[in-house]
Design a protein around this ligand. Structure first.
Ligand code: MN
Length: 321
């Protein structure tokens, strides 16, 4: 208990310091005592994604951000697009705004092109990702760069703390070769790290205020995959292919494709394929514990800030300092 208590105080100190660093990214972590006890996370909540449409009629699975799970601090939304029917995705996401958070696009198959109001543009291709800090605001489009074939990807919205919601915009376009990849077993279990430290690999994303960890996993055999995460970070896995066992070996729970597993507190995540080839994403992040007021593409702390965002959007000044 004593160690736990001291760890909590060290982390509280780190949080209190976060505001000092403005828009520079992650707070400096105050070195605390090492945690001696390993506690493997269990499945606290299993939830099926909800089919819906968004953008100009794109069919997708809403995982976080649906009525049964509005938010999962610091995560605001998780969508999955998966279709080989162009009618399900071809209309894409024409010009729309964002303010107050970060959007992370992860492509497994297919190509999406983005353009924004500040002249930025880029292509997100299968195996790659884009980490976009909307900050004070952007207006952008996200459109499939293909007229047929499989489009499979995710978008995760990661919140920003109040002190950084109006930061300058930042794009981190991550071609497939920039992600950190490791083969974990002879049969080809593979982890690809986008952000944070996983199994000795560090993802290419610059440190973020939420210290987010994000990786994709492909499990070809039933060798367990284990990764350590900060004990107090929110963590989840979303299975997109096959099925996996999540949690301590003796008490693990089976999580099938299309299901989100929100994990209990703990400092280790254990996942093992449940007898078939499986694919999943794993994420963790520091909860912000701040008020969340969301209005569509804006995520702020107060109603007044939301009203200001809509006013700025209508007057064409959303992306200005
Ligand atoms: Mn968008």
């Amino acid at each position: 208990m004593r160690i736990e208590r001291r760890l909590f105080l060290a982390q509280a100190g780190a949080l209190a310091g976060a505001g000092l660093f403005g828009c520079e990214g992650a707070p400096t972590v105050v070195a605390g005592p090492s945690v001696l006890v390993t506690s493997e996370r269990r499945v606290a909540l299993a939830l099926a994604g909800m089919p819906t449409t968004d953008g100009a009629g794109v069919r997708l699975l809403r995982v976080i951000g649906q009525p049964a799970l509005r938010h999962l601090d610091p995560f605001i939304l998780l969508d999955r697009i998966h279709s080989d029917d162009p009618g399900a995705y071809i209309r894409g996401f024409p010009d729309h705004p964002h303010r107050g958070f970060e959007t992370v696009s992860v492509m497994l198959d297919g190509r999406m092109r983005h353009h924004d109001s500040r002249g930025n543009h880029g292509l997100i291709t299968g195996g790659g990702a884009q980490w976009m800090t909307a900050g004070r605001g952007i207006v952008h489009s996200e459109m499939p760069e293909q007229e047929q074939g499989l489009l499979h990807g995710f978008q995760l919205w990661v919140n920003l703390p109040a002190s950084e919601k109006l930061c300058p915009q930042l794009y981190q376009d991550l071609a497939p070769s920039r992600l950190s990849e490791a083969r974990l077993s002879p049969s080809g279990n593979t982890v690809r790290v986008i952000s944070g430290d996983v199994s000795g690999l560090t993802g290419p994303v610059l440190p973020r205020p939420t210290q987010a960890t994000l990786a994709t996993l492909l499990l070809e055999d039933d060798a367990p995959f284990v990764m350590d995460v900060p004990r107090d970070h929110t963590a989840f896995v979303f299975v997109h292919t096959g099925a996996v066992h999540v949690g301590p070996e003796r008490t693990s729970e089976r999580v099938a494709a299309g299901t989100l597993a929100v994990l209990s507190p703990g400092n280790r995540i254990r996942v093992r394929a449940a007898g078939e080839r499986s694919g999943l994403i794993v994420a963790a992040g520091r909860p912000l514990h701040e008020p969340i007021v969301q209005s569509g593409p804006f995520v702020m702390n107060t109603d007044a800030e939301i009203a200001k965002a809509w006013d700025d959007y209508r007057s064409g000044t959303l992306d200005r300092a």
